[in-house]
Every structure is written in structure tokens, then in C-alpha cells.
Design a protein around this ligand. Sequence first.
Ligand SMILES: [Zn+2]
Ligand SMILES: [Zn+2]
Length: 357
Amino acid sequence: MKATARNTRQQLCVLTPRSFALMVITAALNVGCSSSSREQPSGALESAEAGLVKVLRDSRAVDPALFLDGALVSEVTTEECTLNGGTRTTCLRLNIAGAPMNDAQAGPYCPPSITSSAKEGGIWFDGSGTVHDVDGAFIVSLPELYDDDRWQMYDPATGKVYIIDGAEGCEVAGDPENSSGRDNFCLSCSLEALGGGIQQAILIPTEPVPHATPTPVRGSNPGVALNGVLFGPPAPVDLILSTITLGVFDDCGGHANPHEGYHYHAATDCVEIVEQVDEHAMLIGYAMDGYAISAHLDPAGKSASGLDECGGHQDDIRGYHYHAQAPGRNRIVTCLQGESVDQVRGGPGGPPPPPPK
Ligand SMILES: [Zn+2]
Ligand SMILES: [Zn+2]
């Protein structure tokens, strides 16, 4: 893993004059509110007094201005939409670039040889929480790690790692089940091999609508990073492993295939983009329900406390927001507290969705 990939951070503070004014109003309203209604976590927006609800929602909507330059490839438009909880409302249509618009580099993925350093490869995690550097030694350790002697991902005579890259790497990455006969390969699908970022259209409610029950994040994208890259659902690690291939992630926790383009399976410092006025973790993006996603750790390296089952909580400055899971958990957000639009993979201008499996 690289030491760090500090980015062109936006030195934006969350207290715009407008939101500051709203905070004052919120505080004023709060005097008249019972403190218990303020302390409820996710349901608070629904159950709090009407005036307060309005203020919170107005100040917590998705702010397209926080996306980095180039992350949104066209004008943001508003359209009517129906959310998965049945709510008819308006949504923002965001056309995202599908490639990082900061200096968070995509790749490298596979180390060329068993003597390669961590700098020459990416990372691997299977969801248990451990993040492995994919260096030469990691490739050698695979039979031990997975207690399976079939892992032999390098030429014992030369130490060269077996790699499928270029267009074929992207093809196999998009369809690991059909990679039989190509066992024991490290997969690399670079942005260049993909022809650049795959632009995707996503719909996010203009204002978050709390859902009666949290929706687990399974096969659909849970959100988007402010640098223009999708947060993907948990990677199918078991499927990847059962084919004895490694669909390695780069140091940002991203990788690519022709269906989803370049996307993240971990939230790292590559997406820490908007600093906060307090010591709170930086803003990294938005979930598909419109709630903000903050980094896992704050600038002091501390994780947030009092998180609900989805990894979110509420505070006075930001309202309800998620904190990304630690890298290595193979999920950015566990579940969504708000209603969202069922996203179509690929989207306009993108490739068709993969055949059902
Ligand atoms: Zn993936
Ligand atoms: Zn927080």
C-alpha cells in the first residue's frame, strides 16, 4: 500500500452562510423541542416536530457543488422519481465520470514478480477485515492463506507472476465465472484498457426520505464518491476466489470491469475530499438515499461512536450521515436508512447490464 494518496482536497467548510443561518434556526427551534426528539438517531427526521424536520432536510440535501471538478460530466437535472419505499418525489440526476478527478490514481493491481514491492501492486481483502498488500510475498503466500495448494500464481522458474491484463483482463474481471482454463491469474483491468472512465447516470432523492426499515446493501451500488467514482456493492470475493483468480483492488480499494467501470470496494484516503469545520471525519460522498457519507476515521484517527446498524448517526452540524466501514470490510455502507431509486447498472451511455447469473 502506498503511504498515502493525499488529494486535491477541497478546503470547503460545511458552514456556508445559508447553513449557518439554518443552524441558528435549528438551535432556536431546539429550545422548544424536547431533547429526546433530537437524540433519536435515524428516525429522528421522521419523528421530530414538523418545523425542525423541514430545517434539517433543507440543509442536508445532496450538494452537487461539493463534487470535484470533472466528477460530474453534465449539468445536474431534477426529475420526478419513485423511491423503493413507494414515495413519489424528485431526484437529482448525476452523470458521473467513472474515473477519479483527484490525484487518487487507479491501479496498479498485480505485482510483476514475487520479489515486487507493495508499491508495484494493490491490495486484497476478503471481507474479514484484514487488508493485505499485494506484493510478491503475498502472491507466494496464497496457498497458505487459503489453505489450498492449487494457488500457484507465478512461474517457479522465473518468479514472474501470471497476469491477465489489457482488454482480456477487463473481460475476465467482468465475468470471473467464465474464466475456467485461465486459473491462477492475477487480474488487471486498467482505466486505459477500459477506454477511460465509464460514465454512469445515478438518481438520488433531492431530499432524503427515511425508510420504514433499513435496506441492506447487496447487489446495487450504495453511493458515489465526490471524485466521480461509484462506491460498489460488496465484491463477490468467494466467486473470485473459487475461480483461483485474484481480482485485485488498487491501493484506493478500486478496480474495474466493463459492466461497472472503475469502482471502489473500500473507502480510503483517496476519497477524503471535504474537510469539516470541526474535528469530524471528512465528507467522502453521498449514499444513494441522499444521506452524506463521511470517512471511517476523523483527522485524529478516531472512529465515530454511537453508530446504528447501517453505520450512521446524527449530529447537529451534518444531520444524519453514514461513516464508511473500515477498508477491508468489503463494504462501504452496510444498509441504507433512506429510500432510494433502484439503480440500473450501466445507465445511459454505459454498457448493458451483465446477463443474469
Ligand atoms: Zn468490483
Ligand atoms: Zn459522524
